[in-house]
Design a protein around this ligand. Structure first.
Ligand SMILES: C[S@@+](CC[C@H](N)C(=O)[O-])C[C@H]1O[C@@H](n2cnc3c(N)ncnc32)[C@H](O)[C@@H]1O
Length: 284
C-alpha cells in the first residue's frame, strides 16, 4: 500500500479540476471552490502563453480525457451493459451529478473519495439539492485499502450483483507507483468479475508519448504541485494493455483522443496527444 500521506497530497488537485469543469460549463458552479478558482487564475498566464505558441494546455488535456470517459460511459449505459458506477477519486468532478440527473432511477452512481474530500463533495451536492440516496451517493474509500467498508471490495459488495458495473478513475493512477497501480487493477478486475458485465475507464499517461522537453517541464511542475513524483509507468500503450490483462481483465485498449477529434474540439488540442483512456472489460 502506498504511503497514505501521498494520497492526501494529491487531494488539492481536485480543487483545481473542479474549477476547470465549472469554467467549461460541464459542472455546477458550486463545485468550483474559492481555492480552486484561485489556482485556476494563477495558471492562466502560462496557459495563455502555451495557447499562443500552439502548445499543449492543461485544460485541453483534462477536457479531452473527461469527454472520452463520459462518451464511453454513456455508450455502456445506453447499450444496457452497465447500470451501476463506482467512480473512485471522484473529487469535485461533476460526472456523478450529471449522470444521476440524466439517468435518474435507471442507474446507481457511487462517487467515492478519501473521507475529507468525500465530506466536501457531500456538502457541495447538498447545496445543489442532492442528498445521498439509493441512486446517487458519496462513499468514503481508500483506493489502496485491501478490505473493510472503505475498500473497493467493501463498496462493490453494496451493489446489485445481477447488474453490469463500471469503475472509473480519473486523475488518480499516474500519481502512484506501478506496484500500487497493478494491485489496484487486480482488485478492480476481481470486484468487476462479480457482475455480469464489468467495465473500467481511466485516463493514463504513457512515458513514450510524454518525452518532449515542454512536456517533461509540465510533468515536473505537476510533480512539485502534488509534492511527489508523477509516475509514467509504461513506455508504450501495449505494455499498459498487457498489464491490465495480467491483472485479470479480459480485454484492454488504450483509446486515443485522436479517434474522438471529429466530435470534441478538446480532442484536437495539442495536449490531447499526451493522454490515453483505458477501456478494459472483464467479460470480453
Ligand atoms: C486530480 S484529483 C481528480 C479528481 C476528479 N477525478 C477529477 O478529475 O476532477 C485526484 C483525486 O484523487 C483522490 N485520491 C487521492 N488518493 C486517493 C486514494 N488513496 N483513494 C481514493 N481517492 C484518492 C483525491 O482526494 C482527489 O480527489
Amino acid at each position: 500500500m502506498p504511503d497514505p500521506s501521498r494520497s492526501t497530497s494529491v487531494s488539492p488537485t481536485a480543487l483545481y479540476t473542479g474549477a476547470v469543469w465549472a469554467r467549461h460549463r460541464l459542472s455546477h458552479p458550486a463545485f468550483a471552490t474559492a481555492q480552486g478558482r484561485l489556482m485556476l487564475a494563477a495558471a492562466q498566464p502560462a496557459m495563455r502563453l502555451a495557447r499562443a505558441l500552439g502548445g499543449p494546455t492543461l485544460d485541453g488535456l483534462l477536457l479531452a480525457r473527461h469527454r472520452i470517459i463520459d462518451e464511453e460511459l454513456h455508450a455502456a449505459i445506453k447499450a444496457g451493459a452497465v447500470s451501476q458506477v463506482i467512480e473512485i477519486a471522484a473529487g469535485l468532478s461533476p460526472r456523478g451529478w450529471r449522470f444521476a440527473k440524466q439517468y435518474g432511477e435507471r442507474i446507481r452512481y457511487i462517487e467515492a473519495d478519501l473521507p475529507g474530500m468525500a465530506a466536501r463533495k457531500r456538502a457541495l451536492l447538498a447545496r445543489v439539492g442532492c442528498v445521498d440516496g439509493p441512486h446517487h451517493r458519496v462513499a468514503d474509500i481508500d483506493a489502496f485499502a485491501l478490505d473493510g467498508p472503505a475498500s473497493l471490495a467493501g463498496i462493490a459488495a453494496t451493489l446489485d450483483p445481477t447488474q453490469g458495473t463500471a469503475i472509473i478513475t480519473e486523475g488518480l493512477v499516474n500519481y502512484f507507483p506501478l506496484d500500487a497501480v497493478t494491485g489496484l487493477w487486480t482488485r478492480m478486475a476481481e470486484a468487476l468479475r462479480g457482475f455480469p458485465n464489468g467495465l473500467y475507464l481511466s485516463d493514463l499517461h504513457i512515458g513514450g508519448e510524454n518525452r518532449k522537453f515542454a512536456v517533461q517541464a509540465f510533468v515536473r511542475l505537476l510533480s512539485a504541485f502534488v509534492r511527489g513524483r508523477v509516475h509514467l509507468h509504461f513506455d508504450a500503450a501495449v505494455d499498459a494493455e498487457n498489464t491490465l490483462k495480467s491483472a485479470g481483465f479480459a480485454t484492454a485498449a488504450l483509446l486515443s483522443p485522436a479517434d474522438f477529434a471529429d466530435r470534441y474540439r478538446e480532442c484536437r488540442d495539442p495536449a490531447a496527444k499526451l493522454v490515453r483512456v483505458i477501456k478494459a472489460t472483464t467479460n470480453g
